[in-house]
Design a protein around this ligand. Structure first.
Ligand SMILES: Cc1ncc(COP(=O)(O)O)c(C=O)c1O
Length: 387
């Protein structure tokens, strides 16, 4: 491949961190995970962070936690509003918990949800809104947060694609009752697999700690709001209070995460340099659109959209990219409702998903990374300019 979707961000520091963990006897989740959680929470200006084994697991236990809140828990059949473009596992827990899913279109000039359409379709039945910032570009999370507060709706923020992005100097991960993150390869930091949830709510934090590890009480702080009967000390090791999972990370993931977090700001600076070059090069290609964010974009990758419907042209572009060994993908996961698995959901589509379907049909992305992509972007530009 001449231009890959992503490149490794690891150096000597990560290798040493892995070796140091392997030389210790403790590989399963323990103190290093806690250290990484504390550093991550601080970075996003949040009170609590819970590390898990993927962004998908972060989404799963976040949604689960809302069903076990003491006050105003979610119930099967409650309505949740989601953007039409996100990732499969942004939606999957909603199906698994029997929520009714109302799908809202993207804006015309962004891959993120159209806030006006979103607010128009909120009803008295709406109990949860999912915000997602696509490919490093901040969605209007400040407005979504405000309306959720006003209408007493839970706001869950899937920030898996946008670590390091900001709205008016505020990290996108600092919005929402909870915000999830993914540390899969190609994301802004990478721990092999891995994910993190951040929150300021102590009850949610305790629920996440229990749901992450078997639904037991063992990892809970002594003082916690999850009332359970204290068993004899011997049995406290095996005291299950919630129908939980095992989605724990391990110490190796966490040790890598600590090193990666130190590099995050620098890595985002390089991503933004690549973004600036991308925008400079692609502003003069008259058949392609790209989206300019008004906020601080952490630029996960570079989405490109045909200005007009033209399947032949798209096929030609894809062939040229393949011939020139340039990797590309459907934008994030594309439009949710166009995938087979959507048939398993209790779905409502209150308004045609015109923009999301257009982006699904006539869009694609190539990778950004925290290395200098000058040569790769020039190659891409040369290929597309010729068409
Ligand atoms: C928006 C979004 N949510 C969730 C996930 C899932 O993260 P993971 O691959 O770590 O499970 C992804 C993955 O890319 C994503 O883009």
């Amino acid at each position: 491949m001449k231009y890959k979707l992503s490149y490794s961000t690891w150096g000597k520091e990560e290798e040493t961190a892995i070796k140091n963990i392997i030389n210790k006897s403790q590989l399963t989740m323990s103190k290093i995970t806690q250290v990484f959680e504390e550093k991550f929470a601080k970075k996003l200006n949040r009170k609590y962070a819970v590390m898990v084994n993927s962004g998908s697991s972060a989404n799963l236990i976040s949604i689960a936690s809302l069903f076990y809140k003491r006050d105003n828990p979610l119930k099967e059949g409650d309505e949740v509003l989601v953007p039409a473009i996100a990732w499969s596992t942004t939606y999957t827990p909603l199906q698994q918990f029997g929520l009714r899913v109302k799908v809202i279109d993207c804006a015309q000039d962004s891959l993120n949800v159209d806030f006006n359409k979103l607010s128009k379709h909120i009803t008295y039945k709406t109990k949860l809104i999912i915000g997602v910032s696509i490919l490093g570009s901040p969605a209007e999370l400040d407005k979504i947060e405000q309306i959720c507060r006003k209408k007493n709706i839970y706001f869950f923020n899937d920030n898996c694609e946008s670590l390091g992005a900001k709205i008016k100097k505020k990290e996108t991960g600092s919005f929402g009752l909870m915000a999830s993150h993914s540390f899969f390869f190609s994301h802004h930091i990478s721990t092999i697999e891995g994910g993190m949830i951040v929150t300021d709510n102590y009850e949610i934090y305790c629920l996440l700690l229990s749901l992450r590890a078997h639904g037991w009480t063992r990892n809970l702080p002594k003082k916690n709001p999850l009332l359970y009967e204290k068993k004899q000390k011997l049995f406290e090791q095996y005291n299950f209070i919630l129908p939980g999972y095992n989605v724990r990370p391990n110490e190796i993931y966490a040790a890598i995460g600590i090193q990666q977090l130190k590099k995050l700001d620098k890595m985002i600076i390089q991503r933004r340099k690549n973004l600036a070059l991308f925008e400079k090069l692609f502003s003069n290609i008259d058949y392609l659109n790209y989206f300019k964010s008004n906020n601080f974009d952490s630029s996960f990758s570079f989405p490109l959209i045909l200005k007009e419907k033209n399947q032949k042209l798209l096929n030609r572009i894809f062939k040229i990219l393949k011939d020139n060994k340039i990797e590309f993908r459907l934008i994030t996961g594309g439009c949710f409702t166009k995938h087979t698995y959507a048939k398993y959901f209790k779905l409502e589509i209150p308004e045609k998903l015109i923009n999301a379907e257009y982006f699904h049909n006539y869009g694609f992305f190539v990778g950004n990374s925290s290395i200098d992509l000058t040569n790769q972007l020039r190659l891409l530009h040369k290929c597309l300019e010729r068409i």
